[in-house]
Design a protein around this ligand. Structure first.
Ligand code: CU
Length: 356
């Protein structure tokens, strides 16, 4: 077990190669240095390497009924597990390939109930699209003719609202306002021509506290027809926030099962934030400013810099990060109870890894 974990860490070290981890969060450098010198023992606090550079912790209780050393061991184990990167095998946000029907792009979605692994060995009942959380990414271009066919295998009626996408009234997906509810076992077909670009979402608009909370959500991204009108970026990362199923999650996973955001030095990284939860989440990136370029898919008349960006329920924000500083930079929600406790970091935490 320890051997397996050691090899995981080594392969992740190759993956992170050139990231100059030592200049990022110091604890990461410490973890990797310890890993190089001793067998990995992430889950075994008693086997922690002694740190002679630090003052010995007092013997009293540090919090949560633990000594300071025990607490630090939990914190270190979480970081090690994150770096190993094999906490869970499932992944949401997979691209959904359309079938062509003439010039119409046809996307097929099925709502169903599954057990979703939001953290290592932690499963929870989730109501998902196409057996993933978040649901698959629907990505189209302005001017496209789009058809979305939803098959409902939930025990409740449902409907899809295309949040932020300009659609005809009868395609807006709100039961009893624009359509009948889609009963269990039934299907419904949405069809519209894409009029506006940007970072949007699709989600249930029926018993939504429960249905969206349990995972009836996904990204709907529209690229501009004229690519020269898009923001300049080299790589992009989608970050869907939720705070019900699985607790505080980024892309359906809680730290340390979250994915790192990876870019190379010199690249411009576009992050698309989407909040499908019930709470505001101020997303804070260490080390590098975020240039905020769009709100709800609409380009801002005056982009602005920040390090912490409030992402409220229903909002989408696009930011560009100029990846000038190599290293692993902590990246987390700054409502601290969504991110860190006695047992270490959890929930809405990841890292931006900028490779040299
Ligand atoms: Cu938060």
């Amino acid at each position: 077990m320890a051997k397996q974990l050691a090899s995981d860490l080594i392969s992740r070290r190759n993956f992170l190669k050139g990231a100059s981890l030592g200049v990022g969060i110091p604890v990461v450098g410490t973890v990797l240095a310890a890993c190089g010198n001793a067998p990995a023992t992430a889950q075994s606090p008693t086997a922690m390497p002694a740190d002679h550079n630090m003052t010995t912790a007092p013997q009293g209780q540090a919090g949560g009924g633990m000594t300071a050393d025990e607490m630090d061991a939990h914190h270190e184990a979480g970081i090690k597990a994150f770096l190993a990167g094999k906490e869970t095998t499932t992944k949401g946000n997979q691209p959904l390939e359309p079938k062509m029907d003439g010039d119409v792009k046809v996307f097929e979605l099925t709502s169903s109930v599954i057990q979703w692994e939001y953290a290592k060995d932690q499963k929870v009942e989730a109501w998902v699209y196409n057996e993933q959380l978040p649901g698959p990414v629907i990505r189209v271009t302005e001017g496209d003719k789009v058809r979305v066919v939803l098959k409902n295998q939930l025990p409740e009626s449902t409907a899809i609202h295309f949040h932020g996408v300009l659609v005809p009234n009868n395609m807006d997906g709100v039961p009893f306002i624009t359509q009948p509810p889609i009963k269990p076992g039934a299907s419904f077909t949405y069809e519209f021509t894409i009029r506006n670009s940007g970072s949007h979402m699709y989600h249930s608009h029926h018993n939504a506290t429960k249905q969206v909370g349990k995972g009836q959500l996904g990204a709907f991204i529209v690229d501009p027809k004229d690519k020269s009108k898009d923001f300049a970026y080299d790589v992009e990362h989608l970050m869907i926030l939720n705070d019900q199923v699985g607790g505080f999650t980024i892309n359906g996973k809680g730290f340390p099962a979250t994915e790192p955001v990876v870019a190379k030095k010199g690249q411009k990284l576009r992050i698309r934030y989407m909040n499908e939860g019930q709470l505001i989440h101020p997303m804070h990136l260490h080390g590098l400013p975020q240039l905020v370029v769009a709100k709800d898919g609409w380009p801002l008349p005056q982009p602005y810099m920040c390090d912490t960006l409030n992402v409220a329920p229903g909002e989408r924000w696009d930011v560009i990060v100029d990846c000038t500083e190599p290293g692993a930079w902590a990246f987390h929600c700054h409502i601290l109870s969504h991110a860190e406790g006695d047992n270490g970091m959890f929930g809405m935490v990841t890292a931006l890894v900028i490779q040299e």
